[in-house]
Write a protein that binds this ligand. Structure first.
Ligand code: FMN
Length: 306
């Protein structure tokens, strides 16, 4: 079997995860130019125009890139249309669909000859992804940043996936150093899928204030606080791991009782770009983030060439 790096046309088995609000075309391009694979993270509200624009940025000069979509969003079908309508020279090397019904979107992408990935966070997700025919499985542990499950740890999820299939498996959740990458590869992962490690890259779409807050952050918390506060209709089973700000700590576990006053406080905080309220999604690797950096340095560090 050809290695994943060969199949995807990349030098290092390092994928920068799709991260809505952070990983646009610029970050994806920079990661891929440095030898990894950069994924564009589409928000639920991402339009066809946005997808086409970001793909043009990511794929400039023939650089490979990927796109990550969320399976539960009502706009999924339009977003899939937009991905499938990209011109040949901007054809993504990998398209991920995660968090929701995987079979139909994965089937559509595969029929069009695109290579697909699904993030899985428990045994049932793994069965669903394999049943859908995903070309790449992303075994995502609860340590990971952003949305997903908090049921199975990264190492256990990786072992589960590796023992269930010969399909290439990428390790995800809390991977922050070259040693973490080496450990994942040593047990049989085809590569790694990292989000948090790239959160302080200048090429990202997050604000300098958000990056500074991430650099100073130590603890994270898995909850539905930001989604409930903002009225975002994520399925209940998928919470999100974010920096443990006082507001998150106050409402984690009590989301259903969040008062209108608390929601207004959250909205006002976001409006004034107060990072105590900005959803700073990040995994347990957040404590490893140093100064602002760039994608080439992060790829080199993860590849052990830093
Ligand atoms: C800020 C942020 C945004 C994310 N957005 C998405 C997304 O849009 N789509 C997606 O499939 N996964 C998303 N994720 C999850 C990542 O794909 C991945 O599972 C996670 O970052 C891996 O764990 P790590 O952050 O510890 O490296 C996001 C993660 C973060 C940190």
């Amino acid at each position: 079997m050809a290695s994943l790096t060969h199949t995807l046309g990349i030098r290092h088995p390092i994928v920068c995860a799709p991260m809505a609000g952070v990983a646009g075309g610029r970050l994806a391009h920079a990661v891929s130019a440095a030898g990894g694979l950069g994924m564009i993270g589409a928000r639920g509200s991402a339009t066809s125009e946005w997808i086409a624009e970001q793909a043009a940025l990511a794929g400039e000069g023939g650089t490979p890139f990927g796109i990550g979509l969320m399976a539960w969003v009502p706009q999924l079908s339009t977003q899939l249309d937009a991905v499938l309508a990209l011109p040949d020279h901007l054809r993504p090397a990998l398209v991920s669909v995660s968090f929701g019904d995987l079979a139909a979107p994965t089937g559509r992408l595969r029929e069009a000859g695109l290579r697909t990935a699904c993030q899985v966070g428990n045994a049932a997700d793994l069965d669903a992804a394999l049943g859908a025919g995903a070309d790449v499985i992303v075994a995502r542990g609860g340590e990971g940043g952003g949305h997903g499950r908090d049921e199975v740890g990264a190492r256990a999820m990786l072992d589960l996936a590796l023992s269930a299939t010969d399909t290439p498996v990428l390790a995800a959740g809390g991977i922050a150093t070259a040693e973490d990458v080496a450990r994942a590869l040593a047990v049989g992962a085809a590569g790694v899928w990292c989000g948090t490690a790239f959160l302080t890259c200048r090429e990202g779409d997050n604000s300098p204030q958000a990056r500074a807050a991430l650099i100073g952050a130590v603890a994270t918390r898995y909850s539905r606080v930001h989604d409930v506060a903002q009225g975002i209709a994520w399925p209940r089973e998928f919470g999100g791991r974010a920096v443990a700000t006082p507001f998150v700590e106050e409402w984690a576990g009590a989301e259903e009782t969040m008062t209108p006053e608390a929601k207004a406080e959250h909205a006002a905080g976001r409006d004034r770009a107060d990072t105590d309220y900005t959803p700073l999604y990040a995994g347990v690797g957040v404590g490893r983030l140093g100064a602002e950096t760039d994608a080439a340095s992060v790829v080199a560090a993860l590849a052990g060439r830093g």
